[in-house]
Design a protein around this ligand. Structure first.
Ligand SMILES: [Zn+2]
Length: 444
């Protein structure tokens, strides 16, 4: 079967000029020149007309004026005239396996990659399932983005949460490498090493831990070469303690607002909603001071405006924070210089043709007021920084992965341009939008 798949992929390659990743095992083939697009320099916002992108295998070799690239003898040429080329989009907050449900995950991954998304952070799930999805997508068995995932750590009291049982079925929540209860007696070097062995990029510090333990986990994870992605408040660890611990990224912008609480809630499950009255006037200095600390430390803010918007849309009984306050805090953080990434922490409706990151970009621009270049950077450069792999991801530059989204409209003129993806390239493999077949909407 494998050989047949290869033949099928090779035939498609000849027909379309590049390896096609719409399902069969596909590998990037040789050199490809993408010619005719306006290439956007995501660092400066410069629109490079008359440039071409040369890739070989899974990497970008060169981005240069078309005349300079010429036609390397063995290269296939893809005509992408009339499009804008941007780095593949990164969603910094997905949950692909809570609970594990392979048809659902595959449908979301397929929609992501055909919608321009080439990498995601999976923010803790059943890593037995996520590991398999990551592998299958990496080798081209299923269409999807690259997945960088986190193993969760939290205080023992957190493991009453039913989601922790869903993602450890057959085993014991809190006692497995990807879902670990931690207290002062935990052998942290061993617990971190076991988490690392699950293939995780990062430890996600979720809830119910005091500040000193957040700091100890962070230091040990960094010592072992892992990233640390935390909730912006861990309860009782405050936002200030989480940021001062040196975590690499924090999620959920409204959690920063708890820094204004007279007393930090003891636990995640018993936290009261953010007290909106405290934000009626100027933002309390205890909260705004966090932005400067994040800038100084390079802490990424995974704002997840999408979840606050969803709570409002679904008229949640008691949302812990309004969409308006979330957008305001994200705007303030961005203006202060904080690196803001585009994470959704949820999926758009199964029958929606576009992934939720398109919504998040619209919320960042229209809600939080980020300029269009900053909005593009949130889902590219800053996504790469959140993942901790700026060497490979986030920009169209020689040496980086050939992760590219071609758009039918200019994203520096119109935030709706992210809904005009014509072709996604991930690690050199092409996913033409015209090949997207969603299949029946899967149940969650
Ligand atoms: Zn999450």
């Amino acid at each position: 079967m494998h050989t047949l798949h290869r033949f099928a992929a090779a035939a498609l390659t000849l027909a379309a000029g590049l390896a096609i990743g719409s399902g069969a095992a596909a590998e990037p083939q040789g050199a490809v020149v993408y010619r005719g697009a306006t290439v956007i320099d995501v660092r400066t916002g410069k629109e490079l007309h008359g440039y071409a992108i040369l890739t070989r295998g899974e990497r970008i070799v060169r981005v240069a004026p078309d005349g300079e690239i010429g036609a390397p003898g063995d290269a296939r040429v893809i005509d992408v005239s009339g499009t804008w080329a941007i780095p593949g989009l990164v969603n910094t907050h997905e949950h692909l396996a809570t609970p594990p449900n392979r048809p659902f995950a595959e449908a979301m991954m397929k929609r992501d990659v055909f919608g321009g998304v080439t990498a995601v952070r999976d923010m803790a799930d059943d890593l037995r399932s996520v590991g398999e999805l990551t592998r299958a997508s990496l080798v081209g068995e299923i269409p999807g983005p690259d997945i960088f995932y986190a193993a969760l750590m939290a205080g023992p009291s957190f493991f009453e949460d039913p989601r922790t049982h869903e993602v450890t079925a057959g085993l014991v929540a809190g006692q497995v490498p990807w879902m670990r209860a931690v207290d002062e007696t935990t052998d942290l070097p061993r617990a971190i090493a076991e988490a690392h062995g699950s293939g995780a990029t990062a430890i996600k510090i979720y809830a119910n831990l005091p500040g000193p333990l957040v700091a100890a986990i962070t230091a040990e994870a960094h010592r072992q070469g892992m990233k640390v992605w935390a909730h912006a408040a861990v309860f009782p660890a405050s936002p200030r303690e989480v940021i001062d611990a040196g975590v690499d990224a924090v999620s959920h912008v409204c959690m920063l607002a708890y820094q204004a609480s007279p007393q930090m809630p003891e636990r995640y499950a018993s936290r009261p909603p953010v007290n909106a009255e405290r934000f009626a006037g100027a933002t309390p200095p205890a909260v705004s001071a966090l932005y400067g600390e994040m800038v100084a430390r390079g802490t990424v803010l995974d704002a997840t405006l999408w979840v606050y918007d969803e709570m409002a849309r679904e008229q949640a009984a008691q949302p812990y924070c309004s969409a308006a306050l979330a957008e305001r805090l994200a705007a303030e953080a961005w203006r202060a210089g904080v690196t803001v990434s585009a994470g959704t922490d949820g999926f758009s409706a199964p029958d929606d043709p576009w992934p939720a990151v398109q919504d998040e970009l619209e919320l960042l621009h229209q809600g939080a007021g980020l300029p269009l270049l900053a909005t593009l950077q949130a889902a590219t450069l800053n996504g790469a920084k959140a993942i901790g792999d700026e060497r490979d991801l986030g920009a169209l530059e020689a040496g980086k992965l050939a992760d590219i989204a071609f758009l039918g409209r200019d994203p520096l003129a119109d935030v709706g341009a992210y809904r005009t993806v014509t072709l996604t390239v991930k690690r050199g493999v092409g996913f033409p939008r015209s090949d997207y077949r969603p299949g029946p909407a899967p149940a969650r």
